[in-house]
Design a binder for this molecule. Structure first.
Ligand code: FES
Length: 83
């Protein structure tokens, strides 16, 4: 299982949830989000290390080095930073 580490907050396991957002949410992290569908950009976080795969084609385009937690799953242990 991949680990998701949130800088300054701790970490959780990704265990086949729909998205990184869902895994973090279930584990009690206070994640920013709104639409959960790749449209609003509210869930955008910095990808510090690791690799992710998009599970849906987001309408919102994340900045370079940033990802939408509602639209990705981890492909390795990842480290993210909430801006
Ligand atoms: S929650 Fe809206 S883009 Fe992720």
């Amino acid at each position: 299982m991949a680990k998701i580490k949130v800088v300054g907050q701790g970490e959780c396991e990704f265990d086949g949830q729909f998205s990184m957002l869902e895994a973090l949410d279930e584990s009690g992290f206070d994640m920013p989000y709104s639409c959960r569908g790749g449209n609003c950009g509210a869930c955008e976080v910095k990808l510090v290390s690791g690799q992710v795969e998009e599970i849906q084609m987001p309408a919102y385009e994340a900045d370079d080095g940033y990802i939408l937690t509602c639209s990705c799953i981890p492909m390795s242990d990842v480290e993210i930073e909430i801006p």
